[in-house]
Structure formats: structure tokens, C-alpha cells
Design a protein around this ligand. Structure first.
Ligand SMILES: Cc1ncc(COP(=O)(O)O)c(C=O)c1O
Length: 383
């Protein structure tokens, strides 16, 4: 790994140099499940692809460099990555999480892991003093999203890192919404970054993947052990798709963000729209905090329709913007978090954090901005 490369260069050249045999610029897709030993007791670094695979390894090296970590471990999905991370904890341990968490993460924590004896609490991670008050004797980790999905709440990453250091608590950031192009939590003192690589890193809505990146190599080894033991690995083809997606990360993120900035302005001034949640807007309550730790506002905008009953007709009238449950890809997608991505969170808990049935989440893609705005205008008119 070369030091001091700019992130755009790291991304564009992801995987370059990995093929030692022929110097292939695009890493070959090693579909081989097994590797022959040179002789008894000696292989060439690979033996069985659940443990190590050259294409996956190239993706992991690129992910570590992108996030500035010492080790990255790739998984078959973002949820597999978070599940592997959770093997670091033991029954009785307590994990304090952002209070507006992706619904699938909440489902894993509450429905699958709580019965194993882990406990989870949810707090506003933008207020370090409030976070400290919620820490218990058995608190072993802070699990943070910033901006949160879908309410775009901002956590204080430097504050969290300080608390983590002082109290000996592992700090974890789900960096899916920002991507390493806009936010590098490990540079701010955070211990671990997780990703749904399905989103910005892959970028083309053609793969499901995940990653854990650690600042500390020993923690990375534990995650790699979990990867091998559990076996939730991406296929070599998906690892290759991920590398291929990463190569255009910088241009995709920049273009989508430009589009999103303009659309957020349009939406926040539209008479059919209630609140608009986007850290790039001047009235976002933690805009300053966000820009102290990230270099851009990103391309996800959540907004409420003033008339809740208009939501189905509005979503049904969109033509260019696709009604689909993901984000971070080249195509603009819209979802209704309350009934789609966050449906596993009980309605009362949704209401407690401010997630209402009038809220929709727009992931802005790289299409023509005028066409996207026209699509929204037309759909508003129809409602
Ligand atoms: C913030 C965040 N984290 C994690 C995940 C889970 O990732 P995956 O769908 O790749 O398992 C998602 C999926 O939407 C997400 O939005």
C-alpha cells in the first residue's frame, strides 16, 4: 500500500497491482474454491476460498486504504458484516446505539441478538454529555450512524471517539451513508467502520456486500477469524463488482451530491413538502457539526409530505425516480421508511424518534438534475 495517496486515486486504482502473475490491471475473478499445496505444510497463501480468495483480498486491501484502516474484511452483505462484528461481544454486554438506526440493524440487535443476552439502548449521538450519561458498567460499544437512516441526525464523531478512549469502549460507525469519500471516521479516532457495500461502494445496485474496517490490526484479525468461521463471504464475482464500483466512487458521489444539493433546495421550498432533512440545508440543526467531520452533505434527502394521505399517490406518480429499497446507486431511488426499510421498528418507537408515515427517503442518483426535478414536480401536481 502506497502512503499519502488521495482518496480519488485510491478509488480509481482499486485492485491495481493485486495480480502478481501477469499484472492484470483489472483483478481477475478467481472462482477457484481450493488451491493446491506446493508441498506438505506449504501453500501459496491460499488454500480454501472461504478463508482467503485473491479477488476478495484485493477488494479488502482497497477498502482498508479507502477508510484509512489497518485491516478490512469483506462480507456477503452489510448485515453479515455487522453480525460478524457482534461476535466481539458476550452475553451481558451492553451496546449504546444511535437512536434512529437502519431498520435491519435494529432487527438484528433486538430480535436476534437480545435473546443471546446482549442488550441495546438508543441515544442521540450528537450530544456527548447525554451519551456519557447512558453508559453503563457493561457498555462495551457505541454503534453510530451519521447521518442516521432516515432522519439524517448527526452524531459527534470526535466526541464519541473521546468517550470511547476514556471509558475503554469500542466505537463503531456505520459509514454507509457518507462513504469514505465524504467521511473517514477512523481519521477522527473511531475504532471500527462498517459498510453496506451494496450502497455507494458498489454503486450500481448490482451486488449485495458489506465490510468491516478496523483501525487496530488485532481487532481486524478477530473480524477476519469471524469471517472464516461464519463463512458469510462475498463471491469472487461480487468482490470484483465491488472493486469495479469503487473505481468510480469519486465521480459518482460528487455528481449525486451536486444533484442532491439542488433537489434539497427545491424540496425544502415546495408547498407540498413539510420538513426536509438534509445536512446541506442551512436550517439543518447540526449542519456545522456535520461539516466539521465530513466534506460534503451526501446525496440522501428525507422529506415529509404535508398531507400524509398523499404519500401513496406521490410515490406511484414518480416515473424517473424508482420506488425501491436501497440507496447510493447511480439510479435515483425513493422509499417509504415507515413501511419499507424500517418496518421492523414498532410504530410507537418510530414515532418516538420522529419517523412519521409522511416521511419518504430519496437517494439521489447521477441522472440529469432537471429530469429528476420535473419528475418530483409532476408527482406533486398529481397529488
Ligand atoms: C445504514 C445501513 N447499514 C446497513 C445496511 C445493511 O446492508 P445490506 O443491505 O447490504 O445487508 C443498510 C441497508 O440498507 C443501511 O442502509
Amino acid at each position: 500500500m502506497k502512503k499519502n495517496r488521495k482518496i480519488e486515486t485510491i478509488a480509481a486504482q482499486a485492485g491495481v497491482g493485486a495480480d502478481k502473475a501477469y499484472g492484470a490491471v483489472s483483478v481477475p475473478i478467481y472462482t477457484a474454491a481450493i488451491y493446491r499445496y506446493e508441498r506438505f505444510g506449504k501453500n501459496r497463501g491460499f488454500d480454501y476460498s472461504r478463508g482467503e480468495n485473491p479477488t476478495r483480498q484485493a477488494a479488502e486491501i482497497a477498502l482498508a486504504e479507502l477508510e484509512g484502516g489497518s485491516r478490512a474484511v469483506a462480507f456477503s452483505s452489510g448485515m453479515a458484516a455487522i453480525s460478524a462484528l457482534m461476535t466481539l461481544f458476550r452475553a451481558g454486554d451492553h451496546i449504546l446505539c444511535s437512536d434512529d438506526l437502519y431498520g435491519g440493524t435494529y432487527r438484528l440487535f433486538e430480535k436476534l441478538l437480545r435473546p443471546y443476552g446482549l442488550s441495546f439502548d438508543y441515544a442521540d449521538m450528537g450530544d456527548p454529555a447525554a451519551v456519557v450519561k447512558r453508559i453503563r458498567k457493561r457498555t462495551k460499544a457505541l454503534f453510530i450512524e451519521t447521518p442516521t437512516n432516515p432522519l439524517m441526525k448527526i452524531a459527534d464523531l470526535k466526541g464519541a471517539a473521546r468517550i470511547g478512549r476514556e471509558k475503554g469502549i469500542l466505537t463503531v460507525v456505520d459509514n454507509t451513508f457518507m462513504s469514505p469519500l465524504l467521511q473517514r471516521p477512523l481519521d477522527l479516532g473511531i475504532d471500527v467502520v462498517v459498510h453496506s457495500a451494496t450502497k455507494f461502494l458498489g454503486g450500481h445496485n448490482d451486488l449485495i456486500g458489506g465490510a468491516v474496517v478496523t483501525a487496530n490490526a488485532a481487532v481486524g484479525e478477530k473480524i477476519a477469524f469471524a469471517q472464516k468461521a461464519i463463512g458469510a463471504i462475498p463471491s469472487p464475482f461480487d468482490a470484483w463488482l465491488l472493486l469495479r464500483g469503487i473505481k468510480t466512487l469519486a465521480v459518482r458521489v460528487a455528481r449525486a451530491q451536486e444533484n442532491a444539493g439542488a433537489l434539497a433546495k427545491f424540496l425544502s421550498g415546495h408547498p407540498a413538502v413539510g420538513k426536509t432533512f438534509y445536512p446541506g440545508l442551512p436550517d439543518h440543526p447540526r449542519r456545522e457539526l456535520h461539516f466539521s467531520q465530513a466534506s460534503g452533505a451526501g446525496s440522501i434527502i428525507s422529506f415529509e409530505l404535508k398531507r400524509r394521505k398523499a404519500v401513496p399517490a406521490f410515490l406511484g406518480a414518480l416515473k424517473t425516480i424508482l420506488l425501491a429499497e436501497s440507496l447510493g446507486g447511480v439510479e435515483s431511488l425513493i422509499t417509504h421508511p415507515s413501511t419499507m426499510t424500517h418496518a421492523d421498528i414498532p410504530l410507537e418507537e418510530q414515532a418516538e424518534v420522529g419517523l412519521t408515515p409522511s416521511l419518504v427517503r430519496l437517494s439521489v442518483g447521477i441522472e440529469d438534475r432537471g429530469e429528476l426535478q420535473d419528475d418530483l414536480s409532476r408527482a406533486f401536481r398529481k397529488t
